[in-house]
Design a protein around this ligand. Structure first.
Ligand SMILES: NC(=O)c1ccc[n+]([C@@H]2O[C@H](COP(=O)([O-])OP(=O)(O)OC[C@H]3O[C@@H](n4cnc5c(N)ncnc54)[C@H](O)[C@@H]3O)[C@@H](O)[C@H]2O)c1
Length: 252
């Protein structure tokens, strides 16, 4: 028996590092998954990795309402139900002080994270059964911040507001809504941020970040997936409106 037997999850940014690790973890627990994203190579890799019986792979832009509505409709058409939503699509934006931060880049980062999560929640909710779960991927910088990341940190903080509001709106249907707050993960997304932030080569930049993390290392994508699985499954049955920090102590 898997902890998610017979259930169906929609994962935005599903073709990315954390999205795909989470899909694998959910499939191992008996869940079928819909991987919704925009990167052609990643979507193709997902099609090659996951069988049609357990997964559907969709081109979906979370900033576009029609695209998100279509993804929810396709999930129901393919698997007949939707129990779990993992709002995970993300972009880092550039690193620059507020006074120099490009306006259009600020808008783009907020559109993917904030508008994207809003639309994903909004259009999933009518199809979620009582007892459904929504997990929103924020970040350690949804609770703290650092210089240069105004767009990303603002967006990740905003997701906490969305989560808290929604958790109270849908609690009467026993739908649980929580955020996760990963620290630096050992993947391309984070390594690009580290190189941009430090100006050092990737290995040295990663060391600089390791020194800021009390556990002295990055998370693996699988460790983040395990936290999502916890919030998606029965072991977190009394958790809603919570911010689950998975950051090796970085925000302590
Ligand atoms: N990597 C880290 O260290 C870290 C830490 C904390 C939080 N996060 C968050 O985790 C989430 C997943 O990131 P990741 O580390 O797996 O990086 P990733 O780049 O591998 O995954 C992000 C995915 O989102 C997709 N995406 C971007 N814009 C989209 C859009 N408009 N519509 C649909 N999909 C879109 C990308 O194609 C990509 O596949 C992001 O929200 C990120 O902010 C990452």
């Amino acid at each position: 028996m898997g902890r998610l037997d017979g259930q169906v999850a929609l994962i935005t940014g599903g073709e990315g590092s954390v999205g795909r690790a989470t899909a694998r973890a959910m499939v191992r627990e008996g869940c079928r998954v819909v991987l919704a994203g925009i990167a052609p190579d990643g979507l193709a890799a997902c099609r090659a990795e996951f069988g049609d019986d357990v997964a559907a792979v969709l081109r979906t832009d979370v900033t576009d309402a029609a695209s998100v509505r279509a993804a929810v409709r396709a999930t129901i058409a393919r698997f007949g139900r939707l129990d779990i939503v993992f709002s995970n699509a993300g972009v880092a934006g550039v690193i620059a002080p507020v006074a120099e931060y490009p306006d259009d880049e600020f808008d783009r980062v907020l559109a993917v994270h904030v508008r994207g999560s809003f639309l994903t929640c909004k259009y999933s909710l009518p199809t979620l059964p009582d007892g459904g779960r929504i997990i929103i991927n924020s970040s350690v910088v949804g609770l703290t911040s650092d210089p240069g990341i105004s767009a990303y940190a603002t967006a990740k903080h905003a997701l906490v507001g969305l989560m808290r509001t929604l958790a109270k709106e849908v609690a009467s249907r026993a739908i649980r809504v929580n955020t996760i707050h990963p620290g630096p993960i050992d993947n391309d997304f984070q390594h690009a941020i580290e190189v941009a932030a430090t100006g050092a080569p990737a290995d040295r930049a990663a060391q600089v970040f390791d020194e800021m993390i009390p556990l002295r290392r990055h998370a693996t994508p699988d460790e983040i997936a395990a936290a999502v699985l916890f919030l998606a499954g029965p072991d977190s049955a009394f958790m809603t409106g919570a911010t689950l920090v998975v950051d090796g102590g970085m925000s302590a």
